[in-house]
Design a protein around this ligand. Structure first.
Ligand SMILES: N[C@@H](CCC(=O)N[C@@H](CS)C(=O)NCC(=O)O)C(=O)O
Length: 222
């Protein structure tokens, strides 16, 4: 049975930078499920029209098509019950919703302010540039160029947003405790996006956050 993940790519098809796709790549690794990826770009709407919507990640798991990272995570949990749980027990599953809300409402916007110009000027495929500029400038009410001027301030704000993660990783190995779960995958996805897309190093190699990211990857032999 073929398992295929549509995964956001830049001009370089190997540059895979979507935080939501990274969550699912970690979730698939956690469940020990092999898969292939298809490089997808923002304007390739036709290529995923079969999923009934226009965003990635999209997972094609044999005959099943699932879009939206949360739906995919829940699908994997239900359909692969014999593999390690993504969420843990019911209270942990409920707490993961808070991590998700924090990641999407606080961390993602803080990272986006730093990396939007890097993505636009250095990473995107030419075909995606007009669409990306139009959608992002409308969403933010700001020109992409204007994010550059505020970079130092945005990096500082991103670092401030990361304080709760630093506190947590000072107390324990992973967000979920002694081993990673989907809560870790969510935050890992955000920081993988940040590190890959940024034109400057956002963290030193010996940073606790980088250590944790390496530990998440090495848990899955990655
Ligand atoms: N709620 C969705 C969000 C996914 C999402 O925002 N994906 C972005 C890539 S990171 C996308 O495909 N954007 C397409 C677009 O902006 O047209 C999920 O959790 O999967």
């Amino acid at each position: 049975m073929k398992r295929i993940l549509y995964d956001l790519a830049g001009a370089d098809a190997k540059f895979r930078f979507s935080p939501y796709c990274w969550r699912i790549k970690m979730a698939l690794a956690h469940k020990n499920l092999p898969y292939e990826t298809v490089a997808w770009r923002f304007t390739d709407k036709e290529a995923i029209a079969f999923s009934g919507q226009g965003m990635v990640p999209v997972l094609v798991d044999g005959a099943n098509v699932v879009a939206d990272s949360q739906k995919i995570a829940e699908y994997l949990e239900v359909n692969y019950p014999n593999e390690a749980s993504l969420f843990g027990d019911p209270p942990s599953r409920a707490l993961t919703q808070f991590i998700r809300a924090w990641a999407e409402q606080v961390l993602h916007p803080a990272i986006a302010r730093v990396v939007l110009p890097d993505i636009f000027f250095h990473r995107l495929h030419e075909n995606d540039k007009a669409y990306f500029r139009d959608t992002r400038e409308r969403a933010w009410g700001m020109r992409i160029e204007d994010f550059r001027a505020g970079r130092a301030e945005y990096v500082a704000a991103m670092e401030a947003a990361l304080a709760p993660l630093r506190t947590t990783l000072g107390l324990q190995n992973f967000i979920a405790g002694s081993s990673p779960s989907y809560a870790d995958h969510i935050v890992f996805g955000a920081l993988q996006w940040a590190r890959m897309a940024s034109s400057t190093a956002l963290f030193k190699e010996d940073d606790r956050i980088v250590d944790w990211m390496k530990a998440v990857l090495s848990t899955y032999g990655l």
